[in-house]
Design a protein around this ligand. Structure first.
Ligand code: 4AD
Ligand code: MG
Length: 469
């Protein structure tokens, strides 16, 4: 039977009701005649205070097992707390049952104040801490908000494949998927063999396959059939970047809209970010107050500032002008044509504009083959949304919809159009202007929570050298 949850009881539980709750002990304090248990069931940050009188059956043997981390089930009567207490109600136990003990000598969360790194090493237990409980609930609310945003606008949720034989971003940062016996292959290959080492026709799919870096290309095929679509799934990148902003496995949301041009795309991206921020502030007020209090004291003000202003739109060329004339010293020098580094992006959004900005029209040499070329011959209709504290949170573009231009761009990017024949077909049959973007879910959670490391906003982070759990 579903038990009442603590979140609901604290909000609307009626004094006088008898009910059963279950959860995990956060702390226990003993007095001669009774004990207080702070019970957390994960439904909210707050604990429910339980008063266990020494007259409760079995008190003497049971109470000492109810240590931090133990799971308990309690039947009792809800009573109003005295005026001035932290909470509206508390539960007066009639029975106490310890479902599972947690040995105080070994339970890793017996004490508070562990480092982030230590907690990463116990990723299976860290959701029982305040921070990671709050993170999980915020992630959930963001996910729901994202689906609601698109569903309310008539977008169709499309499930794009995880295993793919094309490289959407053309960056070659893909994890390979194979059923070939690598150990046997390694043994059978002569050291000085110049011939192709591996016969992929013998592999599971008959050709080389990878985990997807983006569902965009397949998303485009549905957007040019059923109208606006979005994807929401895991993506994988084998980039060896050991930063606080990169994961090897992350979740991406990719809307794709037929008949949208770059301006429409920017408009949607801004509305999208603002809607998520608004929903989380409204629906996760307690968790957000916690992040503001304990993680980053500016986070609520930053988020309000995001809601209160239009995202400033800045062309790449203007951005470079700002960076070269601002007098700031950067580790990577700036000139037209360079890839903007995190330090440049953060200077623009945090120092110069102090609000989210959308940088658009990047040099074509920096961007993937699928972005629409501008008439200037130098730039493509790309857009990156940059936000304070994080940097790039969204990357997107209008797509190249002309067959010949797409083919010549593929050539420029050293891609073989035969490998993308189905994608090219979209430009042969009923091609339309279209655009889309990708939001990195974990970067969005960084923005919302003020957490410093992307490894701490996903339940089980994957990064170079680490895939425990
Ligand atoms: O800018 P990216 O590479 O764009 C694409 O993949 C396009 N196909 C999206 C599209 O137009 N449909 O990635 C999009 C976003 C980035 O802005 C960033 O937020 C996130 O995905 N991202 C990562 N997040 C965590 N770890 C990584 N290694 C990431 N790489 C990209
Ligand atoms: Mg990008």
């Amino acid at each position: 039977m579903a038990l009442p949850r603590v979140a609901q009881l604290l909000l609307e539980g009626q004094p006088g009701t008898t009910l059963t709750v279950a959860g995990w002990v956060r702390t226990r304090r003993d007095n001669p005649a009774f004990s207080f248990i702070e019970l957390n069931d994960g439904s909210c940050l707050s604990n429910l205070q339980i008063v266990v009188d020494a007259s409760v059956p079995g008190y003497a043997e049971t109470i000492k097992l109810a240590t931090t981390g133990a799971s308990v089930r309690i039947e009792g009567e809800l009573k109003a707390c005295p005026a001035g207490a932290k909470q509206r109600v508390e539960l007066h136990a009639k029975s106490l049952e310890v479902l599972g003990v947690a040995d105080a000598k070994t339970y890793p969360l017996q004490k508070k104040g562990h480092s982030w790194e230590f907690l990463r090493g116990i990723a299976h237990l860290r959701p029982r801490t305040n921070t990671f409980g709050a993170m999980a609930r915020v992630r959930n609310t963001v996910s729901y908000s994202i689906h609601r945003f698109f569903q309310e606008r008539g977008f169709v949720y499309v499930h794009t494949p995880i295993i793919t034989t094309s490289d959407c971003e053309g960056a070659g940062e893909m994890f390979q998927v194979t059923t070939l016996d690598l150990e046997r292959l390694a043994k059978s290959t002569p050291a000085s063999n110049a011939a192709p080492l591996v016969d992929y026709t013998q592999d599971f799919f008959g050709k080389k396959a990878h985990l997807t870096v983006s569902g965009q290309l397949e998303g485009e095929t549905y957007a040019t059939a059923v109208g606006p679509i979005y994807t929401f799934g895991p993506t994988f990148r084998a980039e060896n970047s050991n930063t606080t902003r990169h994961l090897a496995e992350f979740w991406m949301i990719e809307p794709e809209m037929p008949f949208y041009e770059l301006d429409d795309n920017m408009q949607l991206a801004e509305e999208f970010i603002k809607t998520i921020v608004r929903d989380v502030l409204r629906e996760r007020a307690e968790d957000m107050a916690f992040f503001n209090d304990r993680i980053d004291k500016t986070i609520l003000a930053t988020l309000q500032n995001i809601l209160d202003h239009d995202f400033k739109r800045v062309s790449y060329t203007e951005a470079v002008d700002i960076l070269t004339t601002c007098g700031q010293k950067f580790e990577y020098p700036v000139e037209w044509g360079i890839n903007l580094q995190a330090e440049h992006e953060r200077y623009l959004t945090e120092k110069h504009f102090q609000q989210p900005i959308i940088v658009y029209n990047y040099p074509r040499t920096l961007k993937p083959f699928y972005m629409k070329c501008n008439d200037d011959g130098k730039t493509v209709r790309a857009m990156d949304v940059l936000v304070p504290g994080v940097g790039e949170i969204i990357g997107g573009s209008q797509r190249e919809d002309e067959l010949d231009t797409l083919l010549s761009r593929m050539q420029e990017c050293h891609l073989n159009p035969d490998d993308y024949w189905w994608y090219v077909d979209l430009r042969r049959y009923g091609s339309v202007p279209h655009a889309g973007f990708g939001l990195g879910l974990e970067r969005m959670i960084l923005l919302l929570t003020g957490m410093q490391n992307i490894r701490d906003v996903i339940p089980y982070p994957r990064f170079p050298g680490s895939a425990e759990f």
